[in-house]
Design a protein around this ligand. Structure first.
Ligand SMILES: NC(=O)c1ccc[n+]([C@@H]2O[C@H](COP(=O)([O-])OP(=O)(O)OC[C@H]3O[C@@H](n4cnc5c(N)ncnc54)[C@H](O)[C@@H]3O)[C@@H](O)[C@H]2O)c1
Length: 252
């Protein structure tokens, strides 16, 4: 029986790279996204299934989960990559409607996807869930709604790991650094992010590629990571290590 991986946000960026990696490894892949045209095209190319899914809608998540289980009977992996970035803004000036929108997708959306699939995985006694954290889980950035949401993802991952572990389900997160996805490229193009500063502050002196994150996700979902649950793993080309190190002028 083929293993089944569900990837929300699989129509672009990290989710797309993850869908490609699992499909290339012989898994059955199901993509849920709001980007229907790209999602359908990628699914066709990969021999995967595409569903329209807005993770801001609980009703759509419940229907999506039911449809996946009806079609496949079981789910081995869920990757929550549906998400939106935020442009820099002072928290004192932030539009609260934007705060609510970002939290509805990035935090509440992941929570509800995990609740639907996690319940059925628990009943089956096995499964792996991957959440999408960020460098902003660990360091403040000028994206208040996004950063606070990504800090919540770490806590969500830990409490779900504690709750679902005894039922055979592992829950981990990746914390990608600056990943060259369409969402990031749009911010580089508009001047919202400075590529020179990003590269200078990354130990490996490069951006993270979507495939780098997909590799880490695939590892965390594999039996090689059978004893790993509740972690939030940076995949950041050493950005977290370098940000303090480079504050000392005497060090090359
Ligand atoms: N790009 C980075 O540098 C970076 C760094 C850290 C974390 N992340 C996180 O990784 C995840 C993916 O980001 P990305 O850079 O690949 O972005 P992306 O825009 O390339 O891909 C995100 C996908 O999510 C989908 N999506 C957006 N809102 C949705 C919704 N309401 N319901 C369902 N699907 C929805 C989009 O249509 C898109 O296909 C996000 O959670 C993001 O916060 C990205």
């Amino acid at each position: 029986m083929s293993k089944v991986a569900v990837v929300t946000g699989g129509a672009s960026g990290i989710g797309e790279a993850t869908a490609r990696h699992f499909a290339a490894s012989g898994w059955t892949v199901v993509i849920g996204d709001v980007g229907d045209v790209r999602g359908e095209a990628i699914a066709t190319e990969l021999g995967a299934t595409y569903h329209h899914l807005d993770v801001a809608s609980e009703a759509e998540i419940v229907a999506f989960c039911a449809a996946v289980y009806t079609s496949h009977g079981h789910v081995d992996v869920v990757v929550n990559s549906a998400g939106v970035l935020q442009n820099a803004v002072r928290y004192t000036e932030m539009d609260m409607a934007e705060f609510d929108r970002i939290h509805a997708i990035n935090v509440r959306g992941s929570l509800l996807v995990n609740r639907s699939f996690g319940t059925l995985m628990s009943e089956a006694g096995s499964g792996v869930i991957i959440n999408m954290a960020s460098l902003t889980t660990y360091r403040p950035s000028g994206q208040p709604a996004y950063a606070m949401g990504k800090a919540s993802i770490k806590m969500m991952t830990e409490l779900m790991a504690a709750e679902l572990g005894p039922r055979g389900v592992r829950v981990n997160a990746v914390a990608p650094g600056y990943v060259l996805t369409p969402a990031m490229q749009a911010r580089l193009d508009s001047g919202q992010r400075d590529p020179k500063l990003i590269i200078e502050k990354s130990a490996l002196r490069r951006f993270v590629q979507p495939a780098d994150v997909a590799e880490a996700i695939f590892f965390l979902c594999s039996d090689a990571a059978a004893a790993i649950t509740g972690v939030t793993l940076p995949v950041d080309c050493g950005w977290l290590a370098t940000s303090a190190y480079t504050a000392y002028a005497a060090v090359p």
